[in-house]
Design a protein around this ligand. Structure first.
Ligand code: SF4
Ligand code: SF4
Length: 584
């Protein structure tokens, strides 16, 4: 059975484990050979060929830094890429197909971005060796597979790629100037006006790239990628920071790019958007931070359902010990009790923006999904409920204690994760630290965390505070499907523990569907006015919200997950005529 040894170097602290505990315990070392040695970087290093897989060192390392993994028998070949002898190993690649949008679905830390960077030419694969492989070696590696043709075409210059990276918030660190100038510079196909129109960028053109919001940066980055003359486009998480309207718009935009002579590949965690945007998906599975494998492509519907089931039947591969399930909601399934707070006749002016909230109540022990576009006053409304922001008119019955997780999280602090999660560690380890997989992050400085890690820390910090109402603004951003589910459970268990309530602003409708008891609908015109329509039972709130978007949802028969109907399809027309835009 093929075996790899992975050491997570940021977890390896030889000076704190009793001076290379693993070296002292390894039976091969004890017999006089050198299976584990001190690496040049002072961390432990395992010579895989000598390791018998006895399992002692991963069990004994106090920091869980070592993983000895017996790979699935089917693999039996070198990885396409590995980050050093004991680093992450990537097997296989998803393959772009001309005329199609191909999705990549999988956990964070499983190699999706690396795979896409290899295809885009931003990372040069090494086939598991210490040096970069030649183009010929890479082509030979994929002999007989679809990817062989891709790399042959890339070598002969027939493929030109354009790539949108995941972390759009880093763009202002290396680009400056007006949006208009930046986009004009990359407009190699004379499509500037069309793309600006499709992605609704007209109002942003005169703004400096360093002053625009995350959602605006995302749309500019998508536009800049699409404007380039390429025939293979890669989009790594194109919907982070976008509201639902923008996600739907982006989904259509990306779909239109795929033509007979153009291929598109997308990494996406919003399953509803992935479902509607792609024709095929590759599942990526393995073990986070250790190794990743790309499955064969599947039709999008089958691929998503297979991913949720945790078992790839045609490859006989179980990659999760449980299935992710969704449940159709019952109309009477209401959880809240008593009244936590209520409001009436609220009116607030904030510069050119006005917010109004006629009336409504929040009960104790309920989770409210807040749906509305970006820039429509959702955060200001909660600040008024908290008494942090004073309304001009109207009343709030009781000011509640609010704990707030903002949409954008400060990642510049040099402080340790441990220091911000003190309360969570002391009081709520089973509810927060364990399920949100935070233990191994505790001794890291905040400014070294990835987007998903920072997000989980911020969620735990928010939920550990003592409050009556928890407002989490976009908690799903940068999280994979499993992590979103873990967050959903953590929120539920914390509010039950305290008989508190939570308001979740999120643009992933599947996440909202899985967590919300009721829906708060906020509409209006971004940056001009916002109206909090009230808090409604699930079906009524979803219907009200979807009416403004012109889309309908059904439940997948197999997995019960919500799926968007194709606009104009029979189901779409029928549901619209019945006024049932959302199926519980
Ligand atoms: Fe110590 Fe674990 Fe590092 Fe080995 S891998 S040196 S046991 S911290
Ligand atoms: Fe040594 Fe391998 Fe056993 Fe670890 S698993 S102690 S490296 S033989």
């Amino acid at each position: 059975m093929p075996r790899i040894a992975v050491i997570e170097k940021d977890k390896c602290h030889p000076d704190q484990c009793g001076n290379y505990l693993c070296i002292r315990l390894c039976p091969i070392n004890r017999a006089g050979d050198e299976c584990i040695v001190k690496g040049e970087d002072t961390k432990a290093k395992i010579i895989t060929e000598l390791c018998t897989g006895c399992g002692i060192c991963p069990k004994k390392c106090p920091f869980d830094a070592i993983h000895i993994i017996n790979l699935p028998e089917q693999l039996g070949k070198d990885p396409i890429h590995r980050y050093g002898l004991n680093g992450f190993h990537l097997y296989n690649l998803p393959t772009p197909l001309f005329g199609k949008v191909v999705g990549v679905l999988g956990r964070n830390g499983i190699g999706k971005s690396t795979a896409v960077k290899i295809l885009a030419g931003a990372v040069h694969p090494n086939l598991g060796k210490d040096t970069e492989a030649s183009s010929k070696e890479v082509i030979d590696y994929f002999k007989g597979q679809e990817a062989q043709l891709f790399f042959e075409k890339r070598k002969s210059g027939e493929i030109a790629v354009a790539f949108k990276p995941q972390a759009v918030e880093l763009i202002p660190q290396h680009s400056t100037g007006k949006v208009c100038d930046l986009l004009t510079k990359v407009d190699e196909n004379n499509r500037f006006d069309q793309v600006v129109q499709q992605l609704d960028l007209r109002k942003l053109l005169d703004h400096d790239i360093t002053t625009i919001s995350g959602g605006e940066l995302q749309r500019v980055a998508i536009a800049a990628t699409a404007l380039k003359k390429a025939n293979v486009y890669f989009f790594d998480e194109p919907t982070s920071y976008l509201d639902i309207k923008q996600r739907i718009r982006t989904s259509s935009f990306v779909q239109e790019l795929a033509k007979d002579d153009t291929a598109v590949m997308v990494i996406e965690h919003d399953l509803i958007i992935l479902d509607s945007m792609t024709d095929l998906v590759h599942i990526m599975f393995g073990e986070q931070a250790c190794y990743g494998i790309a499955s064969l492509p599947k039709s999008t519907k089958a691929g998503i359902n297979t991913y949720l089931s945790g078992y790839i039947q045609d490859e006989n591969m179980r990659f999760r010990d449980h299935a992710i399930t969704f449940h159709a909601k019952l109309p009477g399934d209401i959880k809240g009790q008593g009244v936590l707070t209520s409001w009436s006749g609220i009116h607030k002016r904030l510069g050119p923006f006005t917010l109004s909230a006629p009336n409504g109540i929040i009960k104790s022990n309920e989770v409210i999904g807040v749906l509305g576009e970006n820039g429509i006053g959702k955060t200001s409304f909660v600040k008024i409920l908290a008494g942090v922001l004073q309304q001009d008119e109207g009343a709030v019955s009781t000011a509640v204690r609010v704990s707030y997780k903002p949409q954008y999280i400060n990642n510049e602090s040099e402080g340790m994760v441990l220091s911000v999660l003190k309360t969570a560690i002391e009081k709520y380890s089973p509810q927060l630290i364990t399920p949100l997989e935070l233990k191994h992050l505790l001794e890291k400085p905040l400014n070294t965390l990835s987007g998903g890690e920072l997000q989980r820390v911020a969620i735990a910090e928010c939920l550990a505070r003592d409050a009556d109402l928890y407002l989490l603004d976009e908690p799903s951003a940068y999280l994979d499907v499993e992590q979103r589910l873990a967050v959903s459970k953590a929120i539920r268990s914390m509010i039950q523990l305290r008989a508190a309530s939570a308001m979740i602003v999120d643009h992933d409708l599947l996440f909202i569907d899985s967590i919300a008891d009721r829906i708060c609908v906020v509409d209006g015109v971004p940056a001009e006015n916002g109206v909090v329509r009230g808090i409604f039972p699930m079906e009524e709130g979803m219907n009200m919200f979807l009416e403004g978007l012109g889309i309908t949802f059904r439940r997948d028969i197999e997995s019960a997950r919500p799926r968007a109907n194709k606009i104009g399809s029979q189901a779409d027309r029928q549901q619209k005529s019945e006024g049932k835009l959302y199926y519980l």
